[in-house]
Design a protein around this ligand. Structure first.
Ligand code: ZN
Length: 161
């Protein structure tokens, strides 16, 4: 079952650019929302990344509690009882996103030292890698990208900001 492209376009429109992490946020949020059948959902995300915008679009939760613990883990629960689901990015997902990230960081580092032709070539290469990475993150099945488990959050974790 493939996800319609409009879903990801809505994320990028909100986020302001196309990137692997906002895409993965969409995958996390979409998988989590399928398990929490409630209009009153609450989200906790355990790292501060571009994924937040994808999670917002996918879950309708705009007030996400962010715990900056460096873990790519989303808790989405029914606000009424704290029960829901925990979805984490698998190492495979982070490896795919990391390929683009490394290239992007290298280009940032080298940018000032590159002549115009080299800079254009490097930017074109980066754009090609981004297209390939996004295609994978749009289409790979949940089982490859995500780890999904039931969760229950106490009211302290849910409510503290
Ligand atoms: Zn981004």
């Amino acid at each position: 079952m493939s996800i319609e492209r409009e879903f990801f376009e809505a994320i990028y429109a909100r986020h302001g650019h196309r990137c692997p992490m906002s895409t993965l946020g969409g995958r996390l949020g979409r998988a989590a929302a399928a398990h929490v059948d409630s209009l009153r959902r609450r989200a906790v995300y355990h790292i501060d990344t571009c994924a937040l915008d994808g999670i917002r679009v996918a879950t309708g939760c705009h007030e996400i509690r962010v715990l900056d613990e460096g873990r790519h883990v989303l808790d989405l629960v029914d606000d009424r009882n704290g029960r829901g689901v925990r979805v984490a990015l698998r190492p495979e997902a982070l490896a795919i996103a990391g390929e683009y990230r490394r290239l992007d960081d290298l280009l940032d580092r080298d940018r000032a030292t590159l002549d115009a032709a080299t800079l254009a070539a490097r930017q074109a290469e980066l754009a090609r890698v981004l297209d390939r990475v996004l295609e994978q993150l749009w289409t790979l099945p949940d089982e490859v990208l995500l780890e999904i488990a039931p969760t229950e959050l106490d009211s302290v974790t849910l409510l503290e900001r």
